[in-house]
Design a protein around this ligand. Structure first.
Ligand code: G6P
Ligand code: MG
Length: 223
């Protein structure tokens, strides 16, 4: 792991880190899964975190053993249906949906000269940032449409560091999903996980929730 004084930039996941949108993704996928007769489980739910829209749909269909029952066009229609429900949820969002401590952390990063980029698989990322009034903090956003592979592949985190003109070793990646931690580690960045110890066992540094994520606490854990 890098030492804290080597760190010059932060590459952030969005859903489940900056805001609670992972709940809305879950709600919309669950609604679709149950409509298709696929049993919803916690394992299925956790396995979708950080995973792109079409890959998430494939995982749900496979869980129900029905992945061969739909044409490509029908799958696109199902994913679009989920997205319409998700977009309706995020329309209601306000800055109150920013997770605890995140605004103060972003201010602290900015005041201390750290560079910041966004590495979310979500095509709705820029809209969510606007709803939260956080757009100004994220001048650099990896375009998920430009990716050849989703998380856990490191590509999105490699690009997040490139947008900051920093080597990966000078970056911390922040994630709530196991697939995301795997991506950060494979990109040779330092991984900060937000969530439970079992799911995020591979994280270099971990906090139970966002309120504990401060520069001082990260420094104390990195050495
Ligand atoms: C994030 C979320 C996933 C979501 C993905 C794509 O990674 O954690 O739950 O499926 O983004 O989001 P989108 O808004 O493009 O469907
Ligand atoms: Mg996430």
């Amino acid at each position: 792991m890098a030492t804290f004084d080597q760190i010059k930039g932060f590459v952030f996941d969005l859903d489940g880190v900056i805001t609670d949108t992972s709940l809305y993704h879950t709600k919309a996928w669950r609604q679709l899964a149950e409509k298709l007769g696929v049993t919803w489980t916690k394992t299925l739910e956790d396995g979708l975190k950080g995973i792109s829209r079409m890959d998430s749909l494939e995982i749900i269909l496979k869980a129900g053993g029905i992945e061969n029952n739909y044409t490509h066009d029908q799958k696109v229609a199902l994913a679009t249906e989920k997205n319409t429900n998700y977009v309706n949820e995020i329309k209601k969002m306000t800055p109150d949906n920013i997770l605890p401590g995140i605004k103060a952390f972003l201010d602290d990063l900015r005041d201390n000269g750290y560079l910041i980029s966004l590495a979310s698989a979500s095509k709705n990322g820029p809209t969510v940032l606007e709803r939260l009034q956080l757009t100004d903090y994220f001048p650099k956003i990896v375009d998920p449409a430009s990716l050849s592979k989703g998380k856990p592949d490191p590509e999105i985190y490699v690009k997040g560091a490139e947008l900051l003109n920093l080597p990966p070793e000078a970056c911390i990646g922040v994630e709530d999903a196991a697939a995301g931690i795997e991506a950060i580690n494979a990109a040779h960045e330092t991984s900060v996980g937000i969530g439970d110890a079992q799911t995020l066992a591979a994280a270099d540094v971990r906090f139970d929730d966002t309120s504990q994520m401060t520069l001082a606490n990260i420094k104390a854990k990195m050495g």
